[in-house]
Write a protein that binds this ligand. Structure first.
Ligand SMILES: [Zn+2]
Length: 411
């Protein structure tokens, strides 16, 4: 039976969102946590963008050293041959998703009379050719606004697009519900139909403008599975993404493994370890400076809280009365330590003594004090917030790669 795999796009859709951003080092930590969580692939950035070059290269080196386990790092570019060529010139990226709009409304609205939908097919296939010739190992082709591409089923432009991509060497097609326009039945139907005809694995990329992102991701994926191909759901941590956001990573995992009907199907990639959820969600919330809502699925402060009489009584008798899953599965339940007295910190303006004290308390061994201090100072300046224990550990374990990642040059 085909499976659902996860491609997390926090480091692409998440960071391109208005008014929120992650530093290059924070993006690296997100890759690290995603890999620990057993995510199939991280869409880790924009390899054709000059300011990403050192970040991309640094992360590829970390991947080569096994720091990210089996997780694939894949870059995003426009489906234009020149962008693909630039990405392959600037970086050694080996996995790409390339994107172009397929709906009439976007083609006309963006390109006017300069480009027809036939031109879109030609430009996309030229970009796929450039990726293939450039040695890219996996090529995903993104149909932006796929859900508004064929309002009627006799149009079949999306199918022509997908078949053309396949003929030129694409390995997957990304069905993008870019505006969150689909509903569960429509996306199941559209994806199933596309998957049956093109016979390639399908990626499902959903937005939350109508509150459907998670439900549509699951139903779209089930459409691919009923057509006999694997599905790759695109997620973001805490659902952060353009406008109302993307499909939330933790919600998708829970929906695919705990909901009625899916619970026993075992349809989700079994490598996924939900116990990292608490850690990654809190890391990303801090990094974005956006607190997790109290009612957030799985990781919200109230996700396992019970007060009203009937609920509390039921919980005290048996947790299954009011909980579908346990906090332990989410990686919650540890007591968290908070210093309320004297605090020695390390950072941008700190010195060796303070840094040593902090690292000693965390039992982090350092061989080169001066080099480590320089990196700690730079990382604090780069992140513009106090460094976390895992970040300090990462700096000490991978000093040269972190130095490269934080060097945002090539301007
Ligand atoms: Zn998107």
């Amino acid at each position: 039976m085909p499976k659902i795999y996860l491609i997390d796009v926090t480091n692409r859709d998440g960071v391109q969102t208005s008014r929120i951003s992650l530093s290059k080092f924070q993006k690296t930590m997100v890759n690290y946590y995603l890999s620990k969580m057993g995510i199939f692939q991280s869409e880790f950035g924009f390899p054709a963008l000059d300011n990403e070059a050192n970040y991309i290269e640094g992360n590829l080196r970390l991947a080569e050293q096994g720091v990210f386990g089996n997780m694939i790092l894949e870059g995003w570019t426009r489906a234009v041959a020149a962008d693909v060529e630039k990405a392959l010139k600037l970086t050694r990226v080996k996995h790409l998703n390339i994107s172009i709009s397929t709906s009439q409304i976007m083609t006309a609205g963006k390109f006017g009379t300069r480009m027809t939908r036939e031109d879109v097919l030609r430009i996309m296939t030229e970009a796929v050719d450039a990726a293939r010739v450039g040695g890219v190992q996996s090529i995903g082709v993104n149909a932006e606004d796929a859900s508004r591409t064929d309002e009627r089923y006799d149009e079949d432009y999306l199918l022509r697009f997908a078949v053309a991509a396949k003929e030129h060497g694409a390995h997957r097609i990304r069905y993008c519900d870019t505006l969150g326009y689909d509903h569960t039945l429509s996306i199941h139907d559209s994806v199933e139909r596309l998957a049956k005809a093109v016979k390639l694995p399908l990626e499902i990329h959903c937005h939350n403008d109508l509150g459907y992102a998670v439900a549509n991701s699951i139903e779209g994926a089930m459409g691919a599975i009923s057509a006999g191909v694997d599905a790759y759901i695109n997620t973001t941590v805490n659902g952060m993404g353009e406008r109302a956001g993307n499909a939330d990573l933790v919600s998708v995992i829970l929906a695919a493994t705990k909901s009625r009907g899916l619970r026993d199907l075992k349809v989700l990639d079994e490598r996924i370890d939900l116990r990292w959820a608490w850690k990654i969600c809190n890391y990303v919330a801090d990094a974005f400076r956006l607190p997790i809502p109290i009612n957030q699925v799985g990781v919200g402060a109230n996700a396992f809280a019970h007060e009203s009489g009937i609920h509390a009584d039921g919980m005290l008798k048996d947790r299954h009365n009011y909980e579908l899953y346990s906090y332990e599965e989410i990686g919650r339940g540890e007591r968290e330590y908070r210093e309320t007295g004297t605090m020695i910190c390390t950072g941008e303006y700190g010195g060796v003594k303070g840094m040593r004290h902090v690292l000693d308390q965390l039992q982090i061994q350092v061989t080169d004090d001066r080099k480590t201090l320089k990196l700690v100072q730079a990382a604090n300046a780069h992140n513009q917030m106090p460094l976390k224990p895992d970040e300090l550990r990462f700096i000490v374990e991978h000093p040269d790669e972190v130095a490269k990642i934080m060097t945002v040059n090539q301007l």
